[in-house]
Design a protein around this ligand. Structure first.
Ligand code: 2AM
Ligand code: CA
Length: 257
């Protein structure tokens, strides 16, 4: 696709993310309409409503574009597709914890082309287009490349849906304490990636994610100067390590032990 076509999709993605953000802020009461999809895996009326809105807007502007989303599935591996998560951090939304996001990405034959992550409660929108840098509310952002991780945060999220994997993760988590100041666990993969992108944390490590949780955030980290390694390549089970470029080797060594 010509760059013009991609840029108009990027513009649309930013508009949609803002609309979805306003909708979620004014419909937070929908958090009470929760259903359980699987153990520790929930969906609210808001997840479905927002995915419907996003699909409608894409369909109106670009009929025929394949869309892959968490709630309604769709195209999983074509050459070009939208990858959307209407609410990343559903448990946060459900419990009124403020860290939930709307995540919209686009992938073409060269890989991930752009990503937009809106954070309704913080009135923040992160976005990045391949080769053009990463932005937070219009200002360019960069990873923390100071190289000294001892005063920075690592975002570590134990595998809460796979308790059999907890022990191994906690051993790795213990090693992280040797190289960083402290640990946080946000509960939205998209937001965790954005926090690495803008230097609020220097590392993020989580396992067993889906591509829609992290596609937009991956572009944003890379365009902010950081590095992302996918430690597994199954898009329904992604183990992800993201950090500043300066800290990436140290991070991978810490995971490997
Ligand atoms: P979600 O809120 O869209 O479900 C929190 O650790 C991260 O894990 C969030 O990005 C969350 O996305 C994701 N997550 C929650 N349940 C999941 C599941 N069953 N499979 C994969 N990722 C999930
Ligand atoms: Ca979701």
């Amino acid at each position: 696709m010509a760059e013009g076509g991609l840029h108009s999709r990027f513009r649309l993605a930013r508009e949609i993310a803002e609309e979805a953000s306003s909708f979620l802020l004014s419909h937070e009461s929908l958090r009470l309409s929760t259903r359980t999809k699987a153990e520790n895996d929930y969906v609210t009326e808001a997840d479905r409503a927002v995915e419907g809105m996003i699909r409608q807007s894409i369909g109106r502007a670009f009929p025929g574009d394949p869309v892959y989303g968490e709630e309604f599935g769709g195209d999983t591996g074509g050459r070009s597709r939208w990858i959307i998560d209407p609410i990343d951090g559903t448990v946060n939304f459900m419990t009124s914890f403020p860290d939930y996001t709307v995540s919209i990405a686009y992938e073409d034959e060269h890989g991930l082309a752009f990503g937009v992550v809106a954070v309704p409660r913080q009135h923040e929108v992160f976005s990045a287009f391949r080769g053009e840098g990463a932005f937070l509310n219009g200002s360019q952002i960069h990873t923390d490349e100071s190289g000294d991780t001892s005063r920075t945060l690592a975002l570590l999220v134990p595998p809460h849906r796979h308790h059999e994997m907890l022990d191994g993760y906690i051993v790795r988590m213990r090693r992280f304490y040797e190289i960083i100041s402290d640990v946080r666990s946000i509960g939205s993969a998209a937001l965790s990636l954005c926090y690495v992108a803008c230097g609020r944390a220097s590392m993020y490590y989580e396992t067993a994610l889906h591509i829609y949780d992290c596609a937009a955030g991956i572009v944003i980290v890379r365009e902010a100067g950081g590095m992302v390694t996918l430690l597994s390549d199954d898009e329904a089970w992604l183990d992800i390590a993201a950090s500043s470029a300066a800290a990436h080797r140290k991070m991978l060594e810490t995971i490997d032990g």
